[in-house]
Design a protein around this ligand. Structure first.
Ligand code: CUA
Length: 660
């Protein structure tokens, strides 16, 4: 076994060397490939025309979610999710700071991985997109009417929240699985006692069908393996969820060797409907926990953070018939379910072939008790009993598979740097196309649903090298778009991405655009510091706090000149954009403020704070070019020494107003 393992390592090293050596030549030939035929025409979206698809591409270590159009590859928006964002004041303004609260305090960064769009009856409904924070385990929900993050729930008993965030067929649940197993309960203990003591939590987070509110319904406390990726069953397999595992060795050191010993790891099959019924009847155990649940309200334009103190935990051995292991060679990464729900594809990173399990055979094997022992009381199904077939010698280093809805699967191969198209059922390879270079995830719009839209596959590559103009040692990550409408794939386009994408979710644009919000209604604004007309604007001192109720409309602030602020005060700018029209944001920035500017949408109120350190007269101004007189949109704050008797006063519509 060790020899076999060494062979794979050698292969991996050798192949990455081949990829890097091949760069110089392959760059040229691929460019010629893309220029052949009418590739340019296929991605050309004429000025003023719209793209056919939205692609939500994860930001990886940027912590955000980027929105692109396909086929053009144009970037429309970077939605701030887990990381502060100075452009939109996310995590800087008072309203959104609670969104980044966790049991570890304010954590203004995360590693965002796998977006997944909400579904109804197995088809994308375009209501929300979910994404996981990998590092400090969290699941976020983005409202696709506003393209804003409206909810983040922390996941307790979890670490390296990687097999997340995938939704069931009717968005009953968004599911999160831990990559790293941890002591359960979390405690001070020797790491060498990992085996048997560490557990891997699989969390089922319910999603309210009306308002989308998330709540951890239950956590299954699994053996201490690494739960890498997951996908829901659909069609006949709806009600089940599948998780790939590695490190079934339960090694705790030098995993690249010690977690590559077993010939087969597992895909865990979870009958969540059975467990749901069990907990609905009072099953499971409520255990103490500490995790944040952060919700943004579109009427108050403000987030609240609540610390939750309890979570319902299920011991898998207490729900017989709900959980099984399917042996899968070898350290499987991707765990992908085809549109019919019958096939579960396990991509063994170190395996020579792609393993495909059959859901119907799995049910039969369960019925026949065709077991090959157990792991911690969880039955292991016999390998042959669930095997649907294998794709022989498909490539090196398989990672992920998506589906076109026409009976074909597309798998990425990191080491041999290619996308391979193969046929479900016959397992024959139909086509292969190189990627530039070393592809990770891929995405077909709607690929994780009963009804993929097909048409394109987007490859997200891990290595960029010579694909673009050099930008110093750090180069942008690269995505590549292929036309998959024909028998053979055709490379159409390279485009740069934000951060390092791990997975994306694509949807036909019209499903979202028909519900897209244009602005917030001022009359619905319930922000406690909102003012709905200039006449209500004011400045109020409360001890050493000064609250400025500021409004903005083209092209002035009300009030503009403010006096009576002192060194040592904490000044709150509560700023309402009075505009009621599409695409008229205003911004506001204050010299020396230890926050970002605010970018405020029509009808919205946001707040930033400023603690003036120096006496003087200090300007603020609009940061968003809003009109021909944008440069005139400015004001001053007079800062007097601490204890000064200059009263609070300001100018409104050019006239002085005295507050004291
Ligand atoms: Cu308002 Cu520029």
């Amino acid at each position: 076994m060790k020899t076999m393992f060494k062979y794979f390592i050698t292969l991996m090293v050798l192949s990455s060397w081949l990829v890097s050596c091949g760069d110089m030549n392959s760059g040229k030939s691929s460019k010629q490939g893309a220029l052949s035929g009418n590739a340019a025409e296929k991605v050309y979206v004429a000025p003023g025309e719209h793209d056919e698809f939205y692609a939500f591409v994860s930001g990886g270590f940027s912590g955000q979610l980027a929105v692109y159009g396909l086929p053009s590859g144009r970037l429309f928006k970077v939605i701030p999710v887990f990381s502060v964002d100075a452009e939109k004041a996310w995590g800087f303004n008072e309203e959104t700071k609670p969104m980044l609260n966790t049991s570890h305090g304010f954590i203004p960064w995360d590693d965002s991985h796998h977006p997944d769009i909400s579904q109804t009856a197995g088809e994308l409904d375009g209501r929300w997109v979910f994404i996981n924070g990998n590092n400090t385990p969290r699941i976020a929900k983005i409202d696709l009417t506003t393209f804003e993050t409206t909810e983040i729930i922390e996941v307790p008993n979890s670490a390296g929240n990687h097999s997340s965030s995938f939704v069931t067929e009717n968005t009953e649940y968004v599911v999160a699985g831990t990559r790293f197993s941890v002591p359960y309960p979390q405690r001070d203990m020797p790491i060498s006692e990992y085996k048997g003591n560490f557990k891997g939590a699989l969390s089922f987070i319910s999603v309210d069908p009306e308002d989308g509110r998330m709540d951890i319904k239950f956590q299954i406390m699994m053996p201490g393996f690494d739960y890498d990726l997951s996908h829901p069953g659909r069609g006949d397999s709806h009600g089940w969820f599948f998780f790939s595992t590695y490190n079934t060795e339960e090694a705790n050191s030098l995993l690249e060797v010690n977690a590559s010993q077993n010939d087969k790891d597992f895909i865990a099959a979870i009958n969540w409907k059975k467990i749901e019924a069990y907990v609905n009847e009072g099953g499971g155990k409520k255990v103490p926990a500490n995790y944040a649940h952060n919700v943004y309200d579109d009427n108050t334009h403000t987030a609240t953070s609540t610390m939750k103190k309890e979570v319902l935990v299920v011991d898998p051995t207490e729900v017989p018939g709900a959980i099984y292991f399917m042996p899968t060679p070898k350290s499987p990464h991707g765990c992908d379910v085809d549109p019919s729900g019958e096939y579960i594809v396990g991509s063994g990173k170190l395996a020579a072939e792609l393993t495909v399990h059959s859901f119907s055979k799995m049910l039969k094997a369960i019925e026949n008790k065709d077991f090959d022992g157990d792991a911690y009381g969880i039955p292991i199904l016999s390998y042959e009993a669930t095997l649907a077939g294998a794709v022989k010698q498909p490539g090196l280093g398989p990672l992920h598979t998506e589906f076109d809805g026409k009976g074909n699967a597309y798998t990425t191969f990191f080491i041999s740097s290619e996308v391979v198209k193969w046929k479900l059922g016959t397992w024959e390879v139909i086509d292969r196309k190189p990627t530039y270079y070393s592809v990770g995830h891929l995405m077909i719009p709607g690929g994780n649903s009963r009804k993929p839209f097909g048409k394109y596959v987007l490859a997200m590559n891990k290595i960029t090298k010579d694909r673009y103009l050099p930008t110093g040692p750090e180069v942008t990550q690269s995505a590549q778009l292929y036309d998959i409408s024909g028998e053979k794939m055709e490379l159409l386009l390279d485009f740069p991405t934000v951060g390092e994408p791990h997975y994306a979710a694509g949807i036909r644009a019209d499903i979202i655009t028909e519900n897209s919000k244009k602005f917030f209604k001022l009359e619905d604004n319930e922000h406690p510091y909102a003012v709905k007309s200039e006449a209500e604007s004011k400045v109020v001192r409360e001890g050493n706090e000064v609250h400025i109720y500021l409004t903005m409309i083209r092209s002035h602030f009300a009030p503009d000149n403010i006096e009576g602020v002192q060194v040592g005060d904490k000044v709150y700018f509560h700023v309402t954009n009075l505009e009621q029209d599409y695409d008229v944001p205003h911004g506001v920035a204050m010299i020396g403020a230890n926050t970002s500017e605010l970018l405020i949408m029509p009808g919205q109120t946001e707040t930033f704070t400023w603690e003036p350190k120096q006496e003087g007269v200090w300007p603020f101004y609009c940061t968003d070019f809003c009109s021909a007189l944008h440069q005139e949109m400015q004001g001053y704050v007079r800062v007097s020494p601490k204890g000064s008797n200059v009263p609070i006063s300001f100018t409104l519509d050019g006239d002085p107003v005295d507050m004291e």
